[in-house]
Design a protein around this ligand. Structure first.
Ligand SMILES: [Zn+2]
Length: 287
């Protein structure tokens, strides 16, 4: 096993350990949901006189997101296709047109020349964006319209395949399934309603996201480097570095970057690292 593969596996185990801690923390979200659902049903019971099994329903509703999230990791074919199509719908994605299918296939053929065993994702869709971006989630890939019209499709798709072929994409989906509804952090005032708003914040899962987000983003930034390494292995390092140069003019300084919630590392060090990796790969090939 190469040092890169060993490092990559160690990094993914860190992600799984972080997921286990996050899942345990979401037990608190589930308890908050038990309280809310139980009292709503109890109130409905008192009003209507129906014998509602409040305990059972509250427990099922409260812990279902945890079970579905865990299932998405233990048995991805059961959850990932549904979650991927939901992702397409909720982000305004659309199926590719014929010329886009051809551009994607052409890019993928390039990657298969480096790795004939590489399989294209079963589900991919187009985001109506002019940029050169793409993303991986569950077992699906989103590709910007602009990327398919550019000369960088193979490079960026190679990077995303790095996320799809590791635990990254499934872990992103498993985390997302734990969050019932994104919410903003409750304001302090009015104080009298803070306990109720806090309980809803906790029940939604957003409170746990708020506490764990920095750790997760630190982890995701490290995974960007791992996906870049994968693109280099597919011979796309130089093209990926070129595509990243388009992001440079828009980069802003981020307060305490190392511990921040920035989703991606700074682009310039990423390009420098890609160049080092390309040289190392060339040296390996020459030996
Ligand atoms: Zn990435």
């Amino acid at each position: 096993m190469s040092p890169t593969t060993t490092r990559n596996l160690a990094s993914q185990s860190t992600g799984l350990a972080l997921y286990a801690l996050t899942l345990a923390a979401h037990a608190l979200s589930a308890i908050a949901r038990v309280v809310i659902v139980y009292y709503c049903l109890w109130f409905a019971d008192v009003l209507t006189g129906w014998s509602i099994p409040a305990n059972t329903i509250a427990l099922i509703v409260a812990f279902a997101p945890l079970a579905v999230s865990l299932l998405s990791l233990l048995c991805p074919p059961l959850i990932a296709p549904i979650d991927g199509h939901w992702w397409e719908m909720s982000t305004g994605g659309r199926p590719p047109e014929q010329d886009e299918v051809e551009a994607f296939d052409e890019a993928f053929n390039q990657l298969q020349q480096a790795d004939p065993g590489l399989r294209a994702p079963r589900h991919w869709f187009v985001a109506e964006e002019p940029g050169y971006n793409a993303a991986a989630y569950a077992s699906s890939m989103r590709v910007d319209r602009g990327l398919l019209e550019s000369g960088y499709a193979a490079a960026v798709i190679a990077h995303e395949m790095g996320h799809l072929r590791s635990s990254d994409a499934h872990l992103t989906s498993a985390l997302n399934l734990l969050l019932l509804k994104p919410m903003s952090t409750p304001e302090m005032w009015p104080l009298w309603s803070l306990p109720f708003r806090g309980l809803v914040w906790l029940a939604s899962g957003q409170a746990v996201v708020w506490f764990t987000d920095n750790a997760w983003e630190m982890y995701w930034r490290s995974r960007e480097f791992a996906a870049d390494e994968y693109a280099v292995r597919l011979g796309q390092g130089y093209a990926l570095a070129q595509s990243l140069r388009h992001d440079l003019p828009y980069e802003r300084a981020i307060h305490r970057m190392r511990f921040s919630r920035a989703t991606h590392p700074y682009t310039k060090p990423r390009i420098a690292r890609l160049q080092t990796l390309i040289l190392a790969t060339q040296a390996e090939g020459a030996n």
